[in-house]
Write a protein that binds this ligand. Structure first.
Ligand SMILES: NC(=O)c1ccc[n+]([C@@H]2O[C@H](COP(=O)([O-])OP(=O)(O)OC[C@H]3O[C@@H](n4cnc5c(N)ncnc54)[C@H](OP(=O)(O)O)[C@@H]3O)[C@@H](O)[C@H]2O)c1
Length: 284
């Protein structure tokens, strides 16, 4: 197996660098944006020509959700149309593509967890750009896994957990949204899932992956702030009070029945996942 992973310096890709060696690949190459801009067809072809990958992991993306609202063309290019280059090259070289997507392809109005084949109706530019890629991959590349993940945090970059812990040190109170629901998932859990997916080779297609159980941003913050013994008032606020440029789906909960029934890695609960993160980061 020869693996190429795009988006080298990102939150998820940085963690994948610690886990993918477990697969004992013949070659493993991580490409940063300066090594290969995925919107540049020639650069993508050059990578395939050099490394002849059997597995391609696309962790490159434009992930600033609010900025995507004002720069939808970059979002569509990086998160959407660039996939055409990866799809073409994967087809040419017979490589399987592992691509990450998001719960933000859904509008969040469903009352139960979203299943893989529920109709995606994005309510922000980021979700719309990610849907362009999903649609292209599904229609033009058989050997693919689209892994929809959500609420990702990890040590490589500032994230919800590190940001709230920083604010808790600086302020007497923090305001956290209490009407959006999902499952906070560490980059460690996602990396284990990717290793497991490549090893176990379930049927190609789209899979949801997240930790077990779900919560709100507010309850998530209360949980880890307490574990870190932070003395700060946590004030619940509604999405309508906490204005952001991009709308977020209220219900982002992903049904992971397909993942579990495919006999893949069983994720921890979101509580255990964040406890492991806090311990590893020596925050508790
Ligand atoms: N983080 C989350 O909560 C979350 C939730 C759901 C899904 N996802 C998905 O998970 C995947 C990984 O996300 P992440 O959080 O690791 O993102 P990230 O930290 O923003 O990393 C993305 C990486 O891609 C690079 N990149 C941007 N444009 C590129 C281009 N044109 N060519 C090559 N590389 C480029 C970025 O470099 P620069 O920083 O230099 O631009 C960055 O290093 C993405 O597909 C994302 O949509 C993430």
């Amino acid at each position: 197996m020869r693996i190429c992973c795009f988006g080298k310096d990102g939150l998820l890709s940085t963690e994948l660098q610690a886990w993918l060696p477990e697969l004992n690949p013949l070659s493993l190459n991580f490409l940063s944006k300066s090594d290969c801009d995925i919107t540049d067809k020639d650069a993508v072809n050059q990578v395939f020509n050099t490394y002849c990958p059997t597995h391609v992991i696309n962790a490159a993306a434009y992930t600033k959700v609010d900025d995507c609202e004002t720069d939808a063309s970059t979002a569509n290019l990086v998160n959407g149309f660039a996939l055409d280059h990866l799809i073409d090259a994967c087809n040419q070289y017979g490589a399987a593509l592992i691509h990450f997507s998001t719960d933000y392809v859904f509008n969040g109005t469903k009352e139960t967890p979203y299943e893989e084949d529920d109709l995606p109706i994005p309510i922000n530019a980021y979700g719309a750009s990610k849907l362009i890629a999903e649609t292209a991959i599904r229609s033009r590349l058989i050997e693919h896994y689209i892994l929809r993940v959500q609420w990702v945090y990890g040590p490589a970059k500032p994230n919800f957990v590190s940001t709230i812990l920083r604010l808790a040190k600086e302020k007497k109170e923090v305001h956290i949204v209490n009407d959006q629901f999902g499952s906070p998932t560490s980059t460690t859990s996602i990396s284990k899932a990717v290793v497991n997916l490549i090893l176990n080779k379930p049927e190609y297609g789209t899979y949801h992956f997240r930790t077990l159980k779900h919560t709100s941003w507010y309850d998530f913050a209360v949980y880890f702030l307490e574990k870190c013994k932070m003395n700060v008032a946590v004030i619940p606020v509604s999405s309508s009070e906490f204005k952001t440029k991009a709308k977020r789906p209220k219900n982002g909960v992903l049904n992971i029945g397909k993942w579990i029934y495919s006999d893949l890695y069983t994720p921890p609960t979101w509580e255990n996942d964040v406890l492991n993160y806090l311990k590893k980061e020596k925050l508790i």
